[in-house]
Design a protein around this ligand. Sequence first.
Ligand code: SF4
Ligand code: SF4
Length: 446
Amino acid sequence: AKRLIRMGVAKACLLEPQDEVESGGIPVALVIGGGIAGMTAALNLTRQGFHVHLVEKEAQLGGRLLQINRLCPTDEEAFGLIGPIIQEVEEHGQITLYVSSTVSEVSGYVGNFQITVAADDGEQKFDAGTIIVATGADVLQPVGMYGYGQFPNVLTQLELEDRLKAEPPIVAGAVLINCVGSRIPERPYCSRVCCMTSLKNATQLKKLNPDAHVYVLHRDLLTYGVEFERYYRQAMKAGVRFLRYDLENPPQIVGRGRAENVVVWDALRGRELHLPVDLVVLSTPLVPGPDNATISRLLKVPLGESGFFLEAHIKLRPVEFATDGIYVCGTTRWPADVSESISQAYAASTKAAIPMRMGVVTAEAITAYSEPSFCTGCGTCVVTCPFNAIELQMHGNGRQVASVNVVQCKGCGSCVAACPSKAMQQRGFTDWQVLRMIEACGSWID
Ligand code: SF4
Ligand code: SF4
């Protein structure tokens, strides 16, 4: 204890007063992605009085929900939900809409981002205080799996949704196979939404023809929550049959020119079943969107192992990136259903509103700084900083040196440890302070 006190005193002798650095915040947000999550976030921000720039890469707002027939577990038409939201966003005076556009450049920091949006007719630039990423996810195309691409009557759930909207198929036998391409070594995660989609569409097929033999082949059924559990029981009551298969013994699709039978091992009865089918539907997982890598590079925010965006902390800082002022919601973060995407959009937009409402951003007191006379401009600290807080700037004598943006700096100390020239220091933990602490610790043995 005495040594600790001596070390503390030695450090305190070299303390210097620190000014709290404040930076102004622009009350304007950028939302990337015009699906249900992006539009909900944008509308929530406008209700709080902020202007929003909404950038959507497609020509039409609405995202993946435009392809969906009905919602689960309410069975309401998906367009009944998304249609009025699209209209409200398109007509909203506080939302500047950029369709068929992408974000091509981002610089700055929380409160003061400079954004460039690119479209076929040129570029537009504007400033924003916060950024919300809601670019959605893709759906795996199961090419070469279970006869997909080989038999015309083997569809994905999304393709079945299209048919249910346009010309509902009346079938005598259908098999829906879950976990196609998910929970396997190369894609180990559960996509969370496919089981309920499968239940919903199996029930729809039964409604269209109550005499149809409709089977759901699953590895486990994820029907979490009271509503989904009730939906599952309703599907069973409607006559949908459920069979479990395992990865070692997957179902086989057989037929000539089209899928005619699904052969599956029924573990309960201990025998092989041959299920005649008119239709085979594959439940494939949500996979990271094709633009994730580009957006990750532009915003300097991380992607997780599976390719979805990685928030700062799944429990302590959900929907926030480690970089201040940038937030994430919806399926771009992780597979989520519609209600979860909406909840996350409210969470992200509410958090994004905080720095904009405060009007100023206060920097951490313990930040890094570089000594220009020692800095060789090697750039090691620039690539080391996880918060993108350092850039090389031209110094007075015509050479480049590191410069720390104190508003972005989180005082993690990584750059100080990485700098080979000892040019980078951290306020409150300078080399001299640390050395004095070590000296104080070892100078006097009790
Ligand atoms: S202390 Fe951490 S956050 Fe600050 S500039 Fe250095 S590496 Fe970046
Ligand atoms: S690592 Fe050190 S020497 Fe290299 S640019 Fe950064 S501060 Fe300068």
